[in-house]
Every structure is written in C-alpha cells, then in structure tokens.
Design a protein around this ligand. Sequence first.
Ligand code: G4P
Length: 523
Amino acid sequence: MSNFIDEVKSRRTFGIISHPDAGKTTLTEKLLFFGGAIRSAGTVKGKKTGKFAKSDWMEIEKQRGISVTSSVMQFDYDGFRVNILDTPGHEDFSEDTYRTLTAVDSAVMVIDSGKGIEPQTIKLFKVCRMRGIPIFTFINKLDRVGKAPLELIAELEEVLGIEAYPMNWPIGMGKEFLGIYDRYYNRIEQFRVEEDDRFIPLNEDGEIDGDHPIKQSSLYDQVLEEVELLNEAGNEFSRERIAEGTLTPVFFGSALTTFGVQTFLETYLKFAPEPQPRHSDQGYIDPLNEQFTGFVFKIQANMNPAHRDRIAFVRVCSGKFERGMNVILSRTGKQMKLSQSTQFLAESRETVNEAVSGDIIGLYDTGTYQIGDTIVGGKPIIHYDPLPQFTPELFVRVRAKNVMKQKQFHKGINQLVQEGAIQLYKTKFEEYIIGAVGQLQFEVFEHRMKNEYNSDVVMEHLGSKIVRWVEGDKVDENLNTQRSMLVKDRFDKNVFLFENDFALRWFQDKHPDVKLYNPMDEY
Ligand code: G4P
C-alpha cells in the first residue's frame, strides 16, 4: 500500500492559464520537451504544425488561430508524474476552462512581460482565487524588451491583489538580456550560454566571488540593488502561503528560447501541491482513500478524426483506477465495466492500465456521461460537488433546416449539451433555445452540428438576455411575456430570460413572491 501512497504523492496536476499569445503553448511544449514527452518542440498544437488540427470542427480553430480545445498531457520528471491540463485561452470558452480548473491542484499563470496583466489573465486568476488554487507565475518573453520587472510585480499585487515572491530576477531584457539572478538557488543563470558554463554560483552575500565578465556590466550592479530591495522590502517566502494561494512565486524566463523553463519546472515541482482532497456530499474525500472515485470535468467529441469518438475526461480523486474495473455512475446508480480507457500524451494516445489520485483518464463515451458526473469503484456512492455552470448571456432560437432530419438534430443537440458546449432551454411550444457565453460558441455549435451530425441548423439570434432560475417547481405561465420569457432548462427547471436589467428589476418589483436566483452567484 505504501507504494500507492508514494504514487499519489508523486502526482502534480496543474493547468496553465494566460491571455492568448502570452506563450502558453510555447511553454507547454518546452515543459513536455524536458519531460521527454515530445522529441522536438512545435508539435503540441495544430496552430503550429497542423498535426492535431485534422478533425473537422477544429477548422474553426485553425482559421481563427485560437485554441478551443483543452487536452491533457502527462510526463515523468525527477520522480514526479506531471499532468498538464491545457485550457482554452479564448474568452468565449472560459466555461470550459473553469471546469478544467476544477480538476487541477495548482495553476501556472503565464504573463507576457511586454503586456503585463491582460483581461483574460484577470478572469482566470479570479477563478483560481475563488477555488483557493495555488498559483505559480511565469513571466515570459524576457528576450524582448518589456515592462520593468518591478512594475510587473507591482501589477501582480495591485491588479490581481496577490502578493508575489520573485524566485529569480532578470538581468536586463531584450537584446541586453544576460540571464536571471536566481534568489532561490543563489546563482546566476546566463542566457545563451552552454550548459557547462551557464550557472555562476553566488557567495553568501549573493554576489559573484572573484572576476567574471558579467560583473563589468552595469546591469549586474542594477540587479544587485534591485535584489537587495526585494530582500529588504519584499514579501517573505512562505510555503504555507503559496499553498493557500495568497502568495505567488514568480519566475522570469523566455519560453521561446527555452530559457528559465527547466529551472522553473524543477522549482515548481518542489512547491506545487500533491493531489488535494475534493469536496463531496459526504465531506472531503482524501486522495489516499483506497476506494476509487473520480468526476467527469470535460467531455470532448471527435478528438480523433479516424474514429468519431467521444471522450469523457475523469479526474481521479481517490484510490486506484484499473482497466476493466467495475464502477458505478453515481447519478444513475448504474454499474459499468471500464475496459476502454486512454491516457493522453502529446504525440499519441495510449491505453492506460492504472491511474491513481491526481491522474486524468479518458473514458470512451457513447453518451453515458454528463459533465460533473461522479464515478465510484463501489459503495458507498458519493457525489462530488456540481461543477460551476456559467450563466449564459447570449441566446439563439434554433431548429433543423430540414424537417426530415429531426433525428440527427436532436442527437447532435443533446450530445453537445451533455458535453457542456452550449446550454439548452425549451419554450412551452417545444422550441429550442440555446445559450452561450460568447458568440464563438454558436459558430462552433453550427459547424459541429453540420459536420458531426449532418444537421444544418437555422439560428435566430435573440441577443443578450439576463437569466434567472425560479425557486420551486411552480410558476404562473401568464408571467411569460416578450420581456420575460419563461422557458425550461434541461432538468425541467423554470427559467426566465429577461430582456435586460430593467425588465428584471421591474419583474422583481411586480412579483416579489417569485423567488429568482442565479447559480453563478454561489461561486
Ligand atoms: P498562447 O498559447 O499563449 O496563445 O501563445 P503561444 O505559445 O502560441 O505564443 C504566442 C506568440 O508568442 C508566438 O509567436 C510565440 O512564438 C511567441 N512567444 C512565445 N514565447 C516567447 C518568448 O519567450 N519570446 C518571444 N520573443 N516570443 C515568444 P507567433 O508569431 O504568434 O507564432 P509563431 O508563428 O511564432 O508560432
């Protein structure tokens, strides 16, 4: 059993968050490269090589040059097993990212040193904050001239409200970038210098003993001054505060030139949390608990164009998963044998035979799973907390173009809803209304309906609405008006779609007895 405990404790499962173009893909590639999961950088995403962009619906992604899928990558490094969960950076897919962040134990935040904190960084940071996820910061692109490091640290503290502890400090930037002054390892790591000479050890005072050409540079003096300032006036390093998510260790580097990435990885693995307990209706479940449990945080269709398959991504929260094992789907109580499972690597998908707490497994899905489902390896049956569901803001009325193709239409819609790609509502006339957070989700929906389910759809845009759920099961149908549309969600709950904020307030004034709520308020 101690073997099992060691296995679990060796897991490090994290997501990378960033604003598009900050360098998340590049950093991921370099991490995978050090982990030996890929032979050369530039193979992670279709954006770079076209290699993984073959499936039809990813055409949209290619055309727009954005990443709309999230995938899982795993590698071993220094006795750790690392699981990286990729998250889409585009804001229209933030719901997907939110769900993915429920399956990680920590997050790496990539910041472009030239741009500082960008809007999507703020949004994603807030999610991590709310969930108390420890955050490690990688400030990227030091090979270019960017903002002053002190300014970047101040931005972290002022814009995001998190205290920062710089683990290292850049010596110059852009053409004058000489490397990083590593406070943690008490050494200087030189930029563009071969392995053997790259590191210069520092003495007890944090300075280079004897002669070294780098001492001739005024940048060296400047960095000593700045580091002294950090030592005297900066935050103190605290492992506990990192674990609580109130202090972020900051690393500087340049992912493109592979500089500072290995140092980051090694230090990160030292401080990143092992698999953490998850909350369920039976309280927190310890990852070292022997009973296998996990939850579905993502469902993705057609990842492999060769077989039109769907995969449910499961975060293992306790116990050990073994291929062929019997599990119970908590929602239905149904027993299933898990014989088909996959694990994800950058270059290939492999069959997984065993996985422990912290790992992510992919289960082939024929429509069995829903986002948020718990699976357990036996009794007692537990249910992990529901996943956050975004309150959609944009709505379209949708129907099949060809009335003879209702079957495909319904199949497509139902599957896409189960995947969490869109949210579905029905009017009392059985009309379908779908809701999304961003316009791009509708485009992907339309594209996938046509390409995956052979169903052309007609979409009538209803614009933005304010959604509120109704407490209790009953509601007076006469309250259904143009400005307060009454619909049912897919669980048959009553929902109002208000035309605007004014309509919502007017309704609340007029009908104080109807209790409205927004589930997102709980997050
Ligand atoms: P993302 O996944 O966060 O969206 O960012 P990605 O890694 O795709 O990087 C965005 C752009 O920034 C890419 O350039 C990439 O090469 C560049 N980049 C990433 N890291 C660094 C760095 O450390 N230094 C510099 N100078 N650039 C970096 P692109 O021109 O948009 O793409 P590509 O055509 O070069 O692939």
